[in-house]
Design a protein around this ligand. Structure first.
Ligand code: COA
Length: 162
């Protein structure tokens, strides 16, 4: 079913500042560590979701070595299909680039994201033990406690194989 209130566009230069502010607000810094590797989201391609013609979500990703890693996914208007539309856009670009898989990591406390991705056919394929602790060693503002007051320590890797 198509959702006519949502429009997806590539992340264009005029929305770069907006994107960097959004990522910094949600994830402490535009530098994101995943699997002990740092990514500078200011240099990554992405997609913006518009809901009722307002920017309402952002995905950033990287395609490397025949795989696509989703680095950030943020919805500003939840439960309207924005996150799904962005995830689909990244999956489509991955398939178009002949990637073997699209994958991501999420913190162990992020039960909402774990539900969201698994309901969209993504499988948990690895645990990166201590990955959040490692990121916090470099970026002290990453909190100790996350959603539901769960200590944030590890990353779970989820993938969708093509
Ligand atoms: C996880 C996240 C990206 C989901 O985004 P979202 O925009 O709420 O996602 P959607 O609206 O597509 O789907 C969420 C739910 O809304 C429901 N929904 C979608 N469109 C809907 C509509 N038009 N009307 C009613 N419900 C709808 C979906 O069924 C879905 O439920 P489900 O996950 O139980 O299947 C969002 O919660 C978020 O940004 N979280 C904070 C950042 C984060 O954790 N990012 C992931 C880190 S890796």
């Amino acid at each position: 079913m198509t959702n006519t209130q949502i429009r997806i566009t590539p992340l264009l230069p005029e929305l770069r500042t907006w994107a960097t502010e959004l990522i910094t607000e949600h994830w402490v810094s535009p530098m994101i560590m995943s699997r002990f590797v740092w990514f500078d989201t200011r240099e990554l391609p992405g997609f913006v979701a518009y809901y009722q013609d307002q920017p309402a979500g952002l995905a950033t990703y990287i395609i490397m070595d025949g795989e696509c890693e989703l680095i950030t996914l943020d919805s500003l208007v939840e439960n309207k299909g924005v996150g799904s539309a962005l995830l689909n856009a990244v999956a489509d670009v991955s398939r178009g680039a002949n990637c073997r898989r699209m994958f991501l990591t999420t913190a162990n406390d992020n039960l909402r994201a774990l539900q969201f991705y698994q309901k969209r056919n993504m499988r948990i394929v690895a645990v990166h033990k201590g990955a959040i602790d490692a990121a916090r060693n470099a970026e002290k503002d990453i909190p100790l406690l996350g959603y539901h007051d769960i200590p944030m320590r590890d990353e779970l890797e989820l993938e969708l194989q093509f």
